[in-house]
Design a protein around this ligand. Structure first.
Ligand code: AMP
Length: 331
């Protein structure tokens, strides 16, 4: 029985800004859990970013500050939740090393995202060792906080499973119940668990199909204007297919009136430009408080939040690491 009141989750700092997919898939859940009284550990994963950005390591570190600003702008309250950068808490690296010794290689080679990334890189010469070990580092991130659960988008599910498998293997090998299984807190609504991008592929910075939380109102309007709609809907009266239209998908997420809008779209009673206009207004309204909070955060404020966050995180993580070493008989 896992009666922990802690939650750990993270986002990589491959980009300085979070998009709607990061928000709907994960951050929104973090805020809900925080408001329900869970102790949140909100991590910016700068070490994970290095798996693909090892040549731009300083940028990954600079980005980390901006991502942390988006956490706070999105509703994370640093007086209740710990916001920190992964590399500022060295226990993550140490537990990663120890867990890497007990993780069978086959478990890692089977991870679907590893196979995809491997194909992207094209040659084994360019493939860093860290890419294969990514889920082990992620497991260390999670297990250090002995969390009740980990709120993430659908794409992270295979990695989370490995963490629980490593934890069970650790407990078995060293004969102590140091770790308890944690839950995968993935949004029940499939659309939130995997938010489509402006081109209807998964929203992802690498596809350049994102609406960012910190986009201006005008940028958001311009992006929505260019968004993918029903290709066969040329005239207003042509029937639409909302299931395959990015604008209709976002209406479903953000508009209280989406069912009527979808029905009218289907019947050719409304045009794409009306959908786009209404979505722009609703989405800009939805993002307004996030943008306002972000505008108030300067660099000094975020450094202070991160400094305090790392101290709090270390306070818990160092105890877990000591327990791990003790179970292993290492002193
Ligand atoms: P990453 O940028 O890969 O570190 O992702 C940070 C978090 O955002 C993870 O919990 C992902 O599962 C989530 N996420 C990323 N893209 C999407 C998306 N398009 N829809 C839903 N969740 C997403």
């Amino acid at each position: 029985m896992n009666d922990s009141n802690r939650i750990l989750s993270g986002m990589r700092s491959t980009n300085p800004r979070l998009h709607l997919g990061n928000y709907e898939g994960a951050l929104r859940n973090w805020v809900d859990l925080q408001n329900k009284g869970f102790k949140m550990y909100c991590m910016v994963a700068d070490l994970h970013a290095l798996t693909t950005m090892y040549e731009e390591s300083a940028e990954a570190s600079r980005n980390a500050r901006e991502v942390a600003k988006d956490f706070v702008a999105g509703g994370i309250d640093p007086s209740r939740s710990s916001v920190f950068v992964q590399s500022h808490v060295p226990e993550h690296s140490e537990l990663h090393l120890l867990l890497s010794m007990i993780t069978p290689l086959g478990w890692l080679e089977r991870v679907p995202t590893y196979k995809e990334k491997q194909e992207d890189l094209g040659s084994a010469e360019r493939e860093p060792y860290g890419l294969l070990g990514y889920p082990v580092l992620q497991s260390a991130d999670i297990l250090l906080y002995k969390p009740y659960g980990v709120p993430v988008g659908r794409d992270q599910a295979p990695h989370l499973e490995i963490g629980n498998d490593i934890a069970a293997r650790f407990n078995r090998l060293y004969g102590r119940e140091v770790f308890q299984p944690y839950k995968y807190l993935i949004p029940e609504d499939e659309l939130r668990a995997k938010v489509p991008g402006l081109d209807m592929r998964k929203m992802s910075k690498s596809y350049d199909n994102c609406i960012y939380l910190s986009d201006t109102e005008d940028q958001t309007a311009a992006k929505i204007k260019q968004a993918f709609t029903t290709p066969t809907k040329i005239r207003l009266t042509d029937p639409g297919q909302p299931e395959g239209c990015a604008v209709c998908q976002y209406l479903r997420l953000y508009s209280p009136d989406w069912e009527r809008q979808w029905e009218e779209d289907r019947q050719g009673l409304r045009g794409c430009s009306q959908n786009k206009k209404e979505l722009t207004e609703i989405l800009n309204e939805y993002l307004r408080p996030i943008r306002e909070r972000r505008a108030l955060l300067d660099d000094a404020a975020i450094e202070e939040i991160l400094c305090r966050g790392a101290e709090e995180a270390r306070g818990f993580a160092s105890k877990t690491l000591a327990e791990v070493k003790s179970a292993m008989g290492m002193f």
